[in-house]
Design a protein around this ligand. Structure first.
Ligand code: DGJ
Length: 732
């Protein structure tokens, strides 16, 4: 009996000692927390993701309340699930050691927390294999005020030779809430970013791309997870995230046998085994995410605020409104045609003219998309006086000049292809496969990196007043094979990763020399647009589809992830909506035109000029204010969206009819605004009125913010009034 007592006591002490050794690591923003905690075996688990607790000591008690009791209970929540040992589920990391062994265990070693400034904190947690000298550092950077998490991993080793990484995720998260609704965003050319929400069931739902470049053409690395119920705008717990990687990605959402959710996100392991030398660090891309307990609206505003302040190049700065000639001329232009368009740009009142595709190539002139790509010299027939002349002529009209390039690509009908076949990604023994008649240059090759940097550098050196670049990327990678990697004795399976790293290196160099010049990221429409590339770009082109009704949906769906200042919207001739409708829609972002403005009717011309002037008066709110999505076009006959300045003294509200069925006679109910100050008094005035029309909105009435947000205001949308913009101004 005494012995039994002693055994029990020592067991108790042992457990106590072990549990007192458990390490709990809270990673906390203003409102939310992730908590990592070791178990008895020193494996690190993610035990909490939710509202931050007021008493940080209580995080250590979280696990006591969960009773997932069977052999798997300790396996699923791992923070960086290894493979080849105890784990039989989707791993975050999978590798082959230098000696050919494939087993990996990762145990907690140590961690550090660094305050970068009052708002930014970096937590690094080191995991090590007890048997092999492998180290994985999990990095969590948080922006407290913006409730924003950025997470990546760093893998290194000191084995006797190279190890081979088969899988190397950025993040491995675990959520113990119940019922997960996942919204993903996918599509194809000109139908980008279409949302689909599903209730996740036990098993894995993967979102991935293998396209190499133009990676987001059919799937995007953007997602929303809603906890407990479908996502809604102003309430409920949601996580909004993106893998910030411009190449092949894979996001696995796995509901386990307890109905908990594992999320493993990173570079797509497809054809991408990576051979890592001793002491070399493999840094994964970042998973970026924000959590909100007040729905997708707040989560998006978190992301927008963070992106503008910390991520997008010049995110809090200004943008250039423009006239683009792509749809006005396509490849068919010359100097007189272009200089006439400069006059249009000036008459419209925009800041800049953007010369699109078709200005280059001499042996193989770029008069269509089948020739000339890669030969970046002005075509002497079209532009006998060169770009310098055009820039001067634009300046005479008082506008700036920008230019289109597609520097990562080549047409087989080009001098570049003839001279540098070894720079082209292609299988030397197989027939070439083209996407838009072109191939991709091998950016894993430093010579190609120099070439691409040189295109931009040359343009700016020869034309220091060049004000803008549109960087396009129209092809995917077929026949993935690099002559350069072959020559260097490096594995071909490095190509997808080294391509994207090569691209980032080029952009680093461009930004070191030209830190501020605005650049638009374009990819045959919206095939690119991620928070890694947006470190170097001021904005992106969401889609070639500019039909304004479609565009309302698209801009709405992009707005979950990107602030309007980064989204370029052009007025074109797509669709059958009147000019006012098209301009209003394009004004919910960075406004541009891609039309022959001189062909507009006199009243359309007058309208366009006034609308551009109006845009200049309210663009500050659209670019720098807070966005509130009011009425979802996916669920209603109308769409409404508003922006409010930080002081809550000015707002701008956009409304559209998105369904033209005759049954619709008028908006029956008021639309409740958001983000205003309930105690302030406001006037409501319609703007962007078409010439000779009268507004049905009484601009002399004064409303309280309280009224506008709880009762709302009726914009009087009818089949005849399909687009209404209201300006809200504080009245003192
Ligand atoms: C695709 C882009 O999305 C268009 O805006 C235009 O720049 C063309 N490429 C030019 O080839």
């Amino acid at each position: 009996m005494k012995n039994m007592f002693l055994i029990l006591c020592s067991l108790f002490l042992l457990v106590g000692k072990l549990s007192s050794q458990l390490v709990s690591i809270p990673i906390v923003t203003q409102n939310h927390a992730i908590v990592l905690q070791t178990d008895q075996k020193k494996r690190l688990n993610m035990v909490y993701f939710g509202k931050s607790l007021s008493n940080a000591k209580e995080y250590a008690n979280v696990t006591n309340e969960f009773k997932f009791n069977d052999d798997n209970a300790g396996f699923y929540p791992n923070t960086y699930t290894p493979s080849g040992t105890w784990n039989l589920y989707e791993p975050a990391i999978q590798l082959t050691h230098a000696d050919g062994n494939k087993s990996l265990e990762l145990l907690y070693s140590d961690h550090s927390v660094t305050m970068i400034d009052a708002n930014i904190e970096l937590t690094k947690v080191v995991l090590k294999d007890p048997l092999y000298p492998i180290k994985v550092t999990l990095c969590y950077k948080v922006w407290k005020k913006e409730n924003l998490f950025e997470q990546w991993s760093e893998i290194e080793h000191q084995e006797k030779g190279n190890i081979v990484l088969q899988k190397y995720a950025s993040a491995n998260l675990y959520f113990t809430n119940k019922d997960f609704y996942l919204t993903t965003f996918q599509g194809e050319y000109s139908k980008e970013m279409q949302p689909a929400e599903t209730l996740l069931q036990q098993g894995i739902r993967s979102i991935d791309t293998k396209l190499g470049t133009r990676a987001m053409l059919t799937q995007t690395p953007n997602f929303i997870v809603s906890f407990g119920k479908p996502a809604s705008e102003n309430e409920g717990t949601v996580m909004i995230g993106q893998l910030a990687w411009s190449g092949n990605f894979k996001l696995d959402f796995e509901v386990d046998s307890y109905k908990n959710l594992r999320l493993i996100a990173g570079i797509n392991p497809y054809a991408s085994e990576y051979s890592l030398a001793p002491n070399q660090i493999f840094k994964t891309p970042s998973l970026i995410y924000s959590l909100s307990n007040q729905g997708t609206g707040e989560a998006s505003r978190n992301l927008h605020n963070w992106a503008r302040k910390y991520r997008i190049l010049d995110g809090e700065g200004e943008r250039l409104t423009l006239l683009n000639n792509w749809e006005a001329t396509y490849f068919d232009f010359n100097e007189p045609k272009l200089t006439a368009l400069f006059k249009d740009a000036k008459n419209l009142g925009v800041d800049m003219f953007l010369l699109d595709d078709g200005w280059f190539g001499n042996k193989y002139p770029r008069n269509g998309d089948n020739a000339g790509l890669g030969d970046w010299q002005e075509n002497v027939k079209k532009l006998p006086n060169g770009l310098g002349y055009l820039i001067k002529e634009a300046k005479k009209e008082g506008i700036k000049f920008g230019i289109w390039i597609e520097p990562e690509m080549v047409n087989p009908k080009s001098e570049l292809y003839e001279k540098h076949l070894d720079w082209v990604i292609r299988q030397p023994q197989r027939p070439e496969v083209y996407f838009r008649n072109q191939l991709v240059l091998d950016l894993s090759n430093p010579e190609v990196q120099n070439f691409v940097f040189g295109i931009v550098d040359d343009l700016f050196t020869k034309n220091p007043e060049l004000a803008f670049i549109k960087w396009d990327c129209n092809a995917v990678i077929y026949n993935a094979y690099s002559a350069y990697l072959q020559k260097k004795g490096l594995p071909q399976s490095h190509l997808y990763v080294e391509y994207i790293k090569g691209l980032y290196k080029v952009l680093e160099r461009i930004r070191a020399k030209y830190p501020k010049v605005p650049m638009m990221l374009c990819s045959g429409g919206g095939g690119r647009g991620d928070y890694e590339l947006l470190k170097y770009f001021t904005e992106f082109w969401p889609s070639d589809d500019t039909e304004p009704i479609e565009r309302i949906y698209m801009q709405w769906d992009y707005s979950y992830f990107f602030p309007s200042i980064a989204t370029d919207n052009h007025v074109t001739d797509w669709g059958r909506q009147p000019l006012k409708f098209r301009v209003d829609v394009a004004s919910m972002g960075k406004l541009g035109f891609d039309i022959v403005a001189s062909r507009l009717s006199p009243s359309d011309k007058t309208f366009a000029q006034q609308a551009v002037a109006n845009y200049h008066s309210f663009k500050d709110i659209v670019w720098h204010g807070n966005q509130y999505r009011l009425v979802n076009p996916h669920e209603n006959n109308i769409a409404a969206l508003m922006y409010v300045n930080n002081e809550k003294t000015k707002a701008i509200v956009f409304h559209y009819l998105v369904n033209n069925r005759q049954r619709i006679t008028a908006t029956e109910r008021p639309i409740q605004l958001n983000g205003l100050d309930p105690n302030k008094k406001y006037s409501v005035k319609e703007t962007n009125l078409y010439p000779y029309t009268k507004s049905t909105i009484d601009s002399t009435k004064i409303y309280s913010g309280d009224f506008l947000m709880n009762v709302g205001i009726n914009p009087n949308i009818t089949l005849q009034r399909t687009s209404v913009i209201l300006e809200i101004n504080e009245m003192k």
